[in-house]
Each structure stands twice: as structure tokens, then as C-alpha cells.
Design a protein around this ligand. Structure first.
Ligand SMILES: NC(=O)c1ccc[n+]([C@@H]2O[C@H](COP(=O)([O-])OP(=O)(O)OC[C@H]3O[C@@H](n4cnc5c(N)ncnc54)[C@H](O)[C@@H]3O)[C@@H](O)[C@H]2O)c1
Ligand SMILES: [Fe+2]
Length: 386
């Protein structure tokens, strides 16, 4: 099998990596940038820190802080208008996956024509975008190193998935200190998203030796650090471990693929606004149970890597430990079942289950799962997870 591998040409990791922003913008020849972030980042002062860091190096910035969680097409268009108006030559994203995804698409649309929806799917971007520096503050989506962006189309209630090497940021500044302020519920949600990236990248039909190494490194760190980061938000070791896990998970899944969990999770986010990591977490046990027969040895390795099965356990025994382990992890992190999520009602949810199954299949992700489902199997899995 031939496997393509895309990551940013420059990834700077470690304490204080954030302070490299101006130096990196200078290196890229930028004198004016658009800063893409959200309201929390402005309130917390991180947006201002970025502006000051740039200004001290003589780089002007305009700030677009209007990104909503699960960014919409309108967020992208508003940011693009400010990009043009401000005369920027590049984009800086500071925030979780939402500001980073929005910034990726703004940077791409700066050199490619509208409408946005023509880029949905794989490898549809004609021209390289303008330079993009991505600085994650959650650990996380891994979006700082991926060629993926997820933008919500509110008219059709679909989370559009765009995948293209031309969406890979030019520079990623990966600084775990920016994640220290995450409250426990956010730490859990984004941490299980990271775990899902590691697992799906590893069991994907498109997995390769390059992605395997990164996926297992991600899974091992999540096993070691997620619960500590959740319980003790000030634990620097755990925060650093989870930040690296997120970045490695991103490098892995973007170059193999996410699979059925993400395929089923995006429609739940689009229609019911369940945060991405939470809907992944709620679907992960049921989808893993369904998928086990297609990749038993791989799932066994996942269980051993998480420390949930002994090194000497048979593949069947190790794989069997995985589903109860994932269910127990959700309970410990206080992530509810789908049916217990505030605001979700059974009748409304299953009224649209067929549409969600169709949208999941249309995204292409389920086609890379160890067991490939049809629409009826997906609806049955929503039922299992409920
Ligand atoms: N492009 C990719 O490769 C990729 C991968 C996975 C998920 N995603 C997408 O990313 C989005 C989710 O991103 P996310 O989970 O990082 O959350 P997010 O960016 O939507 O942020 C969630 C909330 O957390 C706040 N927040 C962010 N950093 C914080 C911090 N350090 N301290 C306190 N609060 C903080 C934000 O202000 C926001 O209110 C979804 O749209 C999802 O589909 C993209
Ligand atoms: Fe994800």
C-alpha cells in the first residue's frame, strides 16, 4: 500500500512555545495578520498576549473573535471579510479546534474562490492558502497539525468535512501551558476526542507504519495522563502529556483516517450541538463492540497500550477488556450516556436517526472502519449507545 503523510513543515513543542509567535510570523515575512479566536480567548487575555507579542516585533494584527464552538459557514465568511478589509497577508489561530478550523478555511479562501461547499470532501482545494500559524489551547483535536477542517452548514444541518494537504497549517506552536485553564468537563471532552483519534487512526483500513507509531504514542499518553489532568488541573506533567497526545493523535488520524465513531458523531454535533468530544465518548464503546471482529488484534493492542490488559493476555481476552474499559472511563470522567445528555429526547433523536446515518455514510469516514456498516447498522448503533 502507498501511504501519503502530511504534517506542518514546522512544529514547535514545549513550555513557552507560544512566545515564538512573532519570530515565526517574521520568518514567514508577515507584517500584518488576522488573529482568529473566540470570545473566551479575548476575556482570558490570551488574544491580547498574541497581539502584544506581534506588535512588539512590528507586526500589525486585526482580531476576529467571533468564532462559535463548531464554527459555522457564516463565521468563516465574517472572518474572511475582516481578513480582506485589514490587508492581512497571513492568519494566526489561537484557541481550540473551532478557531483553528475556522482559520484554516479563511486562509484557504483568501486565495480560492467561494462558495465554501465546493471544497467539502477530499483534495478539492486548487491553490495553496496564505500562511497559517496554529496555536491550540485545548488538548485536543490535533487540528493544529491536520489537513482537516469541520465547518457547520446550518441550512442543511451538516458538519462539512474538508480534507486537503493545503489546509495543513504552516506552523504549529504546541504549548501545554495554554491548556492549564481548561475546566474538568472540557478536559474530559477533548481528552476522549484525542483517545478516539488514536484508536480510530490505529484500527483504520488506511493505517500505515507512520501513523501506527503516532497513534500508539497518543493512546499510551492518554492512558497515563487523562484522568490525572481531569482530577488535578494544575498537574503540569499530565497537561504536557495530553497536549503531546493530542498533537500526535492529529498527525496519526489525518494521515490514516478517523472511522465510524467520528462519522456518527458529526451529525449528532450538527443537529443537537453536543460537544464533539462528548458525542465521540458516548459512541465509542458501542462502536468498538461492533467493530472488534474486524480488527481483534489491533483492538487488543489498544487495550494493552492503555494498560487495561496484561502484555501476556491473548488477543481475544485483551480486546474483550476494551469495551468495559471505555465504559468505565466515561463513568469516571462523568460523561453520560447519549440518552442521559441534557436536552436530548429519544423521540426527537430517533426521528432524525436515518438522516444522521445517511450523513455519516456520506462523510466517507465509516468506509475506513474495520467493519463497514450500512445505514441500518448505524441506526442500530445509535440505539445501542442511547
Ligand atoms: N480539524 C480537525 O482535525 C478536527 C479534529 C477534531 C475535531 N475538530 C473540530 O473541532 C471543534 C471542537 O474543538 P475543541 O473541542 O477544541 O473545542 P472548541 O474550540 O469548540 O472550544 C470549546 C470551548 O472551550 C473554550 N476553551 C478553549 N480553550 C480553553 C482553555 N485553555 N481554557 C478554558 N476554556 C477553553 C472555548 O472558548 C470554547 O468555549 C469541533 O468543531 C470539531 O468538529 C476538528
Ligand atoms: Fe475528533
Amino acid at each position: 500500500m502507498i501511504a501519503q503523510f502530511n504534517i506542518p513543515p514546522t512544529v514547535i513543542c514545549g513550555t513557552g512555545a507560544f512566545s515564538q509567535l512573532a519570530a515565526q510570523a517574521q520568518r514567514l515575512g508577515l507584517t500584518r495578520v488576522l488573529l482568529v479566536t473566540d470570545a473566551f480567548m479575548v476575556k482570558s487575555g490570551l488574544g491580547l498576549r498574541a497581539e502584544v507579542n506581534l506588535r512588539e516585533a512590528g507586526i500589525a494584527s486585526a482580531t476576529f473573535a467571533g468564532v462559535q464552538p463548531d464554527p459555522s459557514e457564516q463565521n468563516v465568511l465574517d472572518g474572511l471579510a475582516l481578513y480582506r478589509e485589514s490587508g492581512a497577508q497571513g492568519v494566526v489561530a489561537v484557541g481550540g479546534g473551532s478557531p483553528i478550523d475556522c482559520a484554516k478555511v479563511i486562509a484557504m479562501l483568501a486565495t480560492n474562490p467561494l462558495p465554501l461547499r465546493q471544497y467539502m470532501g477530499r483534495n478539492k482545494v486548487g491553490q495553496p492558502g496564505v500562511p497559517l500559524i496554529a496555536i491550540p489551547t485545548t488538548a485536543g483535536t490535533g487540528s493544529e497539525v491536520t489537513k482537516a477542517a469541520v465547518i457547520t452548514d446550518p441550512v442543511n444541518d451538516v458538519k462539512m468535512l474538508l480534507m486537503d494537504p493545503r489546509l495543513v497549517p504552516t506552523v504549529a506552536l504546541v504549548d501545554f501551558e495554554l491548556t492549564m485553564s481548561m475546566p474538568a468537563a472540557l478536559t474530559a471532552a477533548v481528552g476522549v476526542d484525542t483517545l478516539t483519534h488514536g484508536i480510530e487512526a490505529y484500527v483504520s483500513r488506511l493505517a500505515s507504519p507512520m501513523t501506527d507509531a503516532l497513534a500508539l504514542a497518543c493512546i499510551e499518553k492518554v492512558g497515563r495522563h487523562l484522568e490525572t489532568a481531569w482530577r488535578e488541573p494544575g498537574d503540569r506533567d499530565a497537561r504536557e502529556g495530553m497536549m503531546l497526545a493530542a498533537t500526535q493523535g492529529g498527525m496519526a488520524f489525518a494521515n490514516s483516517s478517523v472511522c465510524l465513531v467520528h462519522g456518527m458523531s458529526r451529525p449528532v454535533g450538527a443537529l443537537f450541538h453536543v460537544p464533539h468530544g462528548i458525542s465521540n465518548a458516548m459512541l465509542l464503546p458501542a462502536v468498538t463492540r461492533y467493530s472488534l471482529p474486524g480488527a481483534t488484534a489491533r483492538y487488543a493492542t489498544v487495550a494493552r497500550t492503555l494498560g487495561w490488559a496484561n502484555a501476556g493476555a491473548s488477543d481475544a481476552a485483551a480486546a474483550a477488556a476494551l469495551v468495559p474499559g471505555l465504559e468505565a472511563l466515561n463513568r469516571r470522567l462523568e460523561i453520560p450516556r447519549l440518552g442521559a445528555y441534557p436536552g436530548l429526547t429519544e423521540s426527537r433523536f430517533f426521528q432524525v436517526a436515518d438522516k444522521m446515518a445517511g450523513d455519516a455514510l456520506a462523510s466517507g469516514s465509516p468506509g475506513n472502519n474495520p467493519v463497514v456498516p450500512d445505514a441500518a447498522a448505524i441506526v442500530a448503533l445509535y440505539r445501542d449507545a442511547w
